[in-house]
Design a protein around this ligand. Structure first.
Ligand SMILES: *Cc1c(COP(=O)(O)O)cnc(C)c1O
Length: 391
């Protein structure tokens, strides 16, 4: 669905509340209705009233979400999917052909690696993991005429590495490739990859956009309507669309994205500071810390450093797992980006699928999704978990 209402010049918070969400023309309802209909009456064959014919191809609730997503990312076409991975899959199907080559991050969401390694490699898409923070390494890994895309994540899951989006866009375009950015960790409130030269943005809307750990969803936003049309074709042809209630939950989450992100950022900064001063912690990974190798780039391309913090436990993997077990207010669980704080052990949980691969993560790593609870309570919980686990 293409953004039709012009929000140029409006603040992000205004866009988050209003884009795609004008009062319902039929009833005046100020909240977008959940349309469960799978099919739409036609006034004579092909006589569609509002462009809708069958709900895989288009549904008014999903269309509202797609308009909102396009406006938030500053793109022309927004497309919603049933999961973040379904969104990634649609981009790969639309853009790549057997025999093509892709660069993927040497540090990325484990499911993205699994999609390239276990699904698309068999289909004939070759890939090379590369440190995207190192432009010389990226240039060396590009294959003239064969590299179809650079897949970027910044900040990365789970190591919070930072890549320079504008630099990668230049490198990709010079090689005739596209730059795709997984913007899940930053959210469009903190980072807008299309404005920095990226060709496509993907999201797991399960995370910050939804924001309440109550829906699984994905999104793609692009600036070029022709590319958007190709991905929209796959969305309909392969059919990994979200249901109307799921689309509505993401829309509901989006309205408060800016205020939630402000608190996520503030709380995460406090948590990173606490961890940095704890003797049991060997290293804190948070792009807001001046010691982070990507801090300067993050400060330039993001308007805040996000709510995700990772750290390595000096005493090793079992101690890291014990910190996770001892936490109380931080719930031991996968996923991220919700209002509640979560803690997990990537090596044994979210990134187990990357074990033994070039994307394997350190086994003494703990990942935090810092929620919007009282910062003092979060700090107290982490302090007791670290002290108890390392005693
Ligand atoms: C969770 C996640 C995904 C996958 O999204 P799903 O909604 O779980 O399919 C992709 N990228 C990143 C960075 C994620 O954190």
């Amino acid at each position: 669905m293409t953004a039709d209402h012009d929000y140029t010049g409006r603040g992000f918070e205004t866009v988050a509340v209003h884009a795609g969400q004008e009062p319902d023309p039929a009833t005046g309802a100020v909240v977008v209705p959940i349309h469960p209909a799978s099919t739409f009456a036609q006034d004579g064959i092909g006589g569609l009233r509002a462009g809708f014919e069958y709900a895989r191809s288009g549904n008014p609730t999903r269309a509202a979400l797609e308009t909102s997503l396009a406006a938030l990312e500053g793109g022309r076409v927004g497309l919603a999917f049933s999961s973040g991975l379904a969104a990634e899959d649609a981009v790969l199907r639309a853009v790549c052909r057997p025999g093509d080559h892709a660069l993927i991050p040497a540090d990325a969401y484990g499911g993205t690696y699994r999609l390239f390694h276990r699904v698309y490699a068999d289909w004939g898409l070759d890939y090379t993991p590369v440190d995207l923070a190192d432009p010389a390494a990226v240039r060396a890994a590009l294959r003239a005429g064969r590299t179809r895309l650079i897949w970027c994540e910044t900040p990365t899951n789970p190591l919070l590495s930072i890549a320079d989006i504008a630099v990668l866009a230049e490198l990709a375009h010079a090689a005739g490739a596209l730059l795709v950015v997984d913007n899940t960790f930053a959210s469009p409130y903190l980072q807008r990859p299309l404005a920095l030269g990226a060709d496509a943005v993907v999201h797991s809307t399960t995370k910050y956009l939804g924001g309440h750990s109550d829906v699984v969803g994905g999104a793609v936003v692009v600036a070029d309507p022709e590319l958007g049309g190709r991905i929209a074709f796959v969305q309909n042809a392969a059919g990994a669309v979200p249901g109307p209630f799921d689309a509505w939950l993401v829309l509901r989450g989006i309205k408060t994205l800016p205020v939630r992100m402000d608190r996520h950022c503030a709380n995460a900064a406090r948590v990173a500071e606490l961890l940095g001063g704890h003797p049991g912690v060997a290293e804190v990974r948070y792009p807001g810390l001046p010691t982070h190798p990507g801090h300067a780039v993050a400060a330039r391309q993001m308007s805040g450093f996000g709510g995700m913090v990772s750290f390595r436990v000096r005493a090793g993997a079992d101690a890291a797992a014990e910190v996770c077990r001892r936490a109380r207010l931080f719930t031991l669980a996968e996923s991220l980006g919700g209002v509640e704080s979560l803690i997990e052990h990537p090596g044994r949980m979210t990134h187990a699928s990357a074990a033994g691969s070039p994307l394997a993560v350190p086994d003494d790593l703990v990942r935090l999704s810092v929620g919007i609870e009282s910062a003092d309570d979060l700090l107290a919980d982490l302090r007791q978990a670290l002290d108890a686990a390392l005693a």
